[in-house]
Ligand binder design. Structure first.
Ligand code: UDP
Length: 226
């Protein structure tokens, strides 16, 4: 039986600390979490760039060419992907980076079957969207069984829990229901629409030590968007 194919999306924020946009200890910790389960699954990784630059940071600025700044964001994801690749190399874990900027498109499929961890960088390669969109597109391209998104929050809530004390965590919901939640931002709405159209399941969970194994079993007390 082929191994389950999993695409894990993590924000670049998981790589930084108070002192450094790229904290090597954090990079290694993340790489180790992924490396230990490598043999059981076919694994892909999408890393964001939020520890360095996000397009939405420029919203209050007078910017003449916003697309250019989104490219800064995309390049940030490439920097993170290279840092992770360096850590995997040191851990003697086979990994490769595939960037959306590559002119000659690499077919990632064969690397999965060879047990290589494929790190997807540069999101979609297009400005004005986020790496959540890149993650959905890549998940569809590689025919992933599920897209996992590790976040700082433990799942989808019925309302913003910081503003509404009655907000409840939802264990499972449809993409249509997710899109109806006002200002839901834990998963990019544009990306959620595409995932819904293509029936790609998404599991959102709180990233932390040993959380990945639980998330793969859908037992991380997160939210499943189907
Ligand atoms: N970005 C983009 N197109 C993409 C992916 C990312 O323009 O397909 C830009 C966008 O400005 C985004 C930034 O790169 O804010 C960093 O990505 P993201 O915000 O998704 O990083 P994360 O929050 O996951 O760390």
């Amino acid at each position: 039986m082929p191994k389950k194919k999993i695409l894990l999306k993590l924000s670049g924020e998981f790589l930084c600390s108070a002192d450094s946009a790229i904290d090597i200890k954090r990079v290694f910790a993340l790489a180790r979490e992924v490396a230990v389960i490598r043999c059981q699954y076919q694994l892909g990784l999408v890393i964001g760039g939020g520890n360095i630059f996000r397009g939405r940071q420029m919203s209050k600025q007078k910017i003449v060419n916003p697309a250019a700044w989104h490219f800064v964001g995309m390049e940030s994801t490439v920097v993170n992907a290279l840092a992770l690749k360096a850590a995997f190399d040191q851990l003697k874990t086979p990994a490769m980076v595939i960037s959306a900027f590559d002119k000659h498109k690499v077919n990632p499929q064969k690397y999965f079957s060879q047990g290589v961890i494929v790190i997807f960088a540069a999101g979609t390669g297009r400005p004005f969207v986020t790496t959540d969109s890149g993650a959905v597109e890549r998940a569809l391209e590689i025919k992933a069984d599920i897209l996992l998104k590790g976040t700082k929050v433990d799942g989808v809530y019925s309302a913003d829990p910081k503003k509404n004390p009655r907000a409840k965590k939802i264990a499972r919901l449809s993409a249509e229901e997710y899109l109806k939640i006002k200002n839901a931002s834990i998963f990019d709405q544009a990306a959620a629409i595409l995932a819904a159209e293509k029936k790609l399941p998404i599991y959102i969970f709180k990233w932390g030590k040993d959380s990945l194994k639980k998330a793969i079993a859908l037992k991380a007390q997160g939210t499943l968007i189907t």
